[in-house]
Design a protein around this ligand. Structure first.
Ligand SMILES: Cc1cc2nc3c(=O)[nH]c(=O)nc-3n(C[C@H](O)[C@H](O)[C@H](O)COP(=O)(O)O)c2cc1C
Length: 144
C-alpha cells in the first residue's frame, strides 16, 4: 500500500499532496511540529506518522533555504525506511529548479537512503512558474 506523508507550512505542498491522494484514494498523513517557525533547527514533532503499513511512501516537503524543511529532516531522521520504496516531491517558489528544488531532492534522497529507504521518483514543483501545472500533472502521471 502507498501512503503520503507531508509537511506543509503555508499550504502549497498540502494542496498538491491532496490531489495525489484524491487520484489514488490512499492514506495521507501530515507531520505536525510544535512550532511552524522555519528558523528552528531541531524541531519537535507533535505528530510523526507511522509508515509501518506502507510499502511505498511519498514524502512531500517545501524547500526552505535551498534544503528540505527542517521539520521533514527531523521526521526522516527519526523514521526507519528499511525496505520501503520512497518517492519524493518538493514545492518551492524561486523560478529555477537549481535555486532549491534539485539540491533539496538530492539532500532528501541522501537522508532517506541513510535510513534504509530506496528512492524511486523525484519531482520538484515550482508553484510560481507556468510549468507548475505541467509538473504537477507529470508527478500525478507517475501513479497510474
Ligand atoms: C523560510 C523559507 C525559506 C524558503 N526558501 C526557499 C528556497 O530556498 N527556494 C525556493 O525556491 N523557495 C523557498 N521558499 C518558498 C517555499 O519553498 C514555497 O513557498 C513552498 O512551496 C511552500 O510550501 P508550503 O506552502 O507547503 O509550506 C522558502 C519559504 C520559506 C518560508
Amino acid at each position: 500500500m502507498l501512503g503520503i506523508i507531508l509537511y506543509s507550512k503555508t499550504g502549497e505542498t498540502r494542496k498538491i499532496a491532496k490531489r495525489l491522494q484524491e487520484k489514488l484514494s490512499c492514506p495521507l498523513h501530515e507531520i505536525i511540529p510544535e512550532s511552524y517557525d522555519p528558523k528552528i533547527l531541531k524541531p519537535v514533532l507533535i505528530e510523526a506518522p507511522e509508515i509501518g503499513a506502507f510499502d511505498t511512501v511519498v514524502l512531500a516537503s517545501p524547500v526552505h533555504g535551498f534544503q528540505m524543511a527542517k521539520v521533514m529532516q527531523a521526521y526522516i531522521e527519526q523514521t526507519d525506511f528499511t525496505g520501503k520504496t520512497v518517492d519524493l516531491f518538493v514545492t518551492h517558489y524561486f523560478p529555477f529548479t537549481w535555486l532549491g528544488g534539485s539540491q533539496t531532492l538530492k539532500q532528501m534522497k541522501r537522508f532517506v537512503e541513510h535510513k534504509g529507504g530506496s528512492v524511486r521518483h523525484q519531482t520538484s514543483i515550482n508553484w510560481s512558474s507556468k510549468k507548475r501545472e505541467p509538473s504537477v500533472l507529470a508527478m500525478l502521471a507517475l501513479y497510474p
